[in-house]
Ligand binder design. Structure first.
Ligand SMILES: Cc1cc2nc3c(=O)[nH]c(=O)nc-3n(C[C@H](O)[C@H](O)[C@H](O)COP(=O)(O)OP(=O)(O)OC[C@H]3O[C@@H](n4cnc5c(N)ncnc54)[C@H](O)[C@@H]3O)c2cc1C
Length: 400
C-alpha cells in the first residue's frame, strides 16, 4: 500500500515509521521547512548561546511509554535524562520545598499547612474516577482541598501537564494525569528531560530514520487537498481545522544572566508568572563560560501573549531576579506559541474526534484527537501509531 502522511509532527512521524516498518510505501508531506511540528528548536541567531533555544522546554514522564519507544526507534534514547520526580518549589520568600511521589515527601511539603498536607494525602489515597462535567479545581475542592492547596501544590504540576490551571481544566483530564503519573508505578512519575536540541533529537532524527527505511519526505510542502495525492491511503496528522476546540498558549523566555541564580537543574516558582525555570546550560551539558542560561516557561497564561517582547523579558527577568537574586541580563529571546495545545476544559473531549473520517482510506492523527490522553507528546505518538494500525488492519481485511 502507498500511504501519504500529511503533517510531520510527532503524530505524523510515528504513523510514518510504523507504516514503513510494516513494509508500506510512505510519502510524508510537511508544510514547514523542518520536521517535528510543535517540538522545535528556534532558528539560530547571532549571539545565541549554545545550544540555541527550543520553542519551549518539553518534559516527558516515565509513563510516556510510547514516546520513549519512539525515541528508541529513531536512535535517541540517549538524548534524555531520566530522574525520579523531585520537584523543588520556591515560594515568595525564597524558601524551597520539594514535591515527590511518596507520602513522606508530601507530608514534608511545607508550602502547605500540616492540615492541608494530610488532606492532600487523604485525597490521593482515595483516588477514584467518578463521572464529571466540572473543572479539576471544583473536583479537588469537593475532595477537601483548599484553594491554597490548589494554587500551591496541584497547579504546580497540573498547569504544565495540561497547559491550563486546575480551575480551567476538566476534572477528567486532571484525574487522568494524577492517576497515570502519580498513582501508578513509582517510575511512572519520573521526569524525562531532553539533553539535546529538540529539533535535532525529534524531527531531524526521525527524518533520517524514515529515509533509511525507504520513506520519502517533502518539507515545505503544504497539502491543501489530500485527494490530489497519488496514494492508496492518507494519514491526516495536521492540527484541527474548523473545530470547536480552543487553544491554550505557552510562552517561553530564554535568559542568560551573568551570575548563577538557580541551584538546581529546574524549579517551580509559586505566585509568579515564571511558573517553571530550567537551567538549560546544565541540562544540555553546555554551561556558558560565565553566568547561567535559563529557560522560563509560562503555561496557559494568555495575558503574557499580549506583551511586547521587551516588556515580557523585563517582566519575567525581573520576577526571576527578585526571587532568586540580582543579576545582569546578557542576552534574551522569547518564544510564543499561541496554539501550543488544545484547551482540555469541561466538555471539550466531546469535540475531539476519533481517527476515523468519512472516508475508509483516510485516517486522522494528532495530539488533539480523542487519544484518551491530554494533548501531549505521548498522545501524539499514540494517535500516530493507532492511525497506522487502523490502515494496516483495513488493508489486511481487504486482502483476506
Ligand atoms: C512550547 C510547547 C511546549 C510543550 N511542552 C510539552 C511538554 O512539556 N510535554 C508534552 O508532552 N507536550 C508538550 N507540548 C505539546 C506537544 O508538543 C504536542 O502536543 C505534540 O508535539 C503535537 O504533535 P502533533 O503531531 O499532534 O501536532 P503538531 O506538532 O502540531 O504537527 C502537525 C504538523 O502538521 C503540519 N501541517 C499543518 N498543516 C499542514 C498541511 N496542510 N500540509 C502539510 N503539513 C501541515 C504542521 O506544520 C505541523 O508540523 C508542548 C507544546 C509546545 C508548543
Amino acid at each position: 500500500m502507498r500511504v501519504a502522511v500529511v503533517g510531520g509532527g510527532l503524530a505524523g512521524l510515528s504513523a510514518a515509521l510504523d507504516l514503513v516498518d510494516a513494509g508500506h510505501g510512505v510519502m510524508l508531506y510537511e508544510a514547514r521547512p523542518t520536521l517535528g511540528g510543535a517540538v522545535q528548536t528556534l532558528p539560530r541567531r547571532d549571539g545565541d548561546p549554545e545550544p540555541p533555544p527550543d520553542n519551549g522546554q518539553h518534559i516527558a514522564l516515565g509513563c510516556f511509554t510510547e514516546y520513549l519507544r519512539f525515541l528508541e526507534r529513531i536512535g535517541q534514547s540517549g538524548s534524555v535524562r531520566r530522574v525520579p520526580l523531585k520537584l523543588p518549589v520556591i515560594d515568595e520568600q525564597g524558601r524551597t520545598a520539594a514535591i515527590g511521589p511518596s507520602a513522606r515527601a508530601l507530608l514534608r511539603y511545607r508550602h502547605l499547612s500540616p492540615g492541608e498536607r494530610l488532606r492532600l494525602l487523604k485525597a490521593l489515597l482515595h483516588w477514584d474516577d467518578r463521572p464529571h462535567g466540572v473543572t479539576f479545581g471544583e473536583e479537588l475542592r469537593a475532595r477537601g482541598q483548599s484553594s491554597r492547596a490548589v494554587d500551591r501544590f496541584w497547579d504546580v504540576f497540573i498547569r504544565p501537564a495540561l497547559n491550563l490551571r486546575a480551575d480551567e481544566a476538566s476534572a477528567e483530564a486532571g484525574l487522568f494525569t494524577v492517576r497515570t503519573a502519580l498513582l501508578g508505578e513509582r517510575s511512572d512519575s519520573d521526569l524525562v528531560l531532553p539533553t539535546r536540541p529538540l529539533g535535532e533529537m525529534h524531527g531531524d532524527a526521525a527524518g533520517r530514520a524514515l529515509e533509511a527505511a525507504g520513506a520519502t519526505i517533502e518539507t515545505g510542502a503544504r497539502v491543501d487537498d489530500p485527494d490530489s495525492l497519488d496514494a492508496d491511503a492518507v494519514v491526516l496528522a495536521t492540527p484541527p481545522a474548523d473545530s470547536d476546540l480552543e487553544y491554550s498558549p505557552i510562552v517561553s523566555v530564554h535568559l542568560w544572566f551573568d551570575r548563577a541564580l538557580l541551584t538546581t537543574p529546574f524549579a517551580a516558582l509559586l505566585g509568579s508568572d515564571a511558573h517553571w525555570v530550567f537551567d538549560r546550560g546544565e541540562l544540555t551539558g553546555h554551561r556558558p563560560e560565565r553566568g547561567q542560561y535559563l529557560t522560563v516557561v509560562s503555561s496557559g497564561a494568555p495575558e503574557l501573549l499580549e506583551l511586547r517582547g521587551k516588556d515580557l523579558v523585563e517582566r519575567i527577568a525581573g520576577q526571576v531576579t527578585e526571587r532568586l537574586g540580582g543579576s545582569e541580563l546578557l542576552w534574551s529571546r522569547v518564544s510564543r506559541e499561541p496554539h501550543a495545545t488544545i484547551a482540555v476544559r469541561p466538555g471539550s473531549d466531546a469535540h475531539r474526534p476519533g481517527l476515523e473520517t468519512d472516508r475508509p482510506n483516510v485516517v486522522r492523527a494528532g495530539a488533539w484527537t480523542a487519544t484518551g490522553w491530554p494533548p501531549t507528546m505521548e498522545g501524539a505518538v499514540r494517535s500516530g501509531r493507532a492511525a497506522a494500525k487502523a490502515l494496516t488492519r483495513a488493508r489486511e481485511g481487504v486482502a483476506a
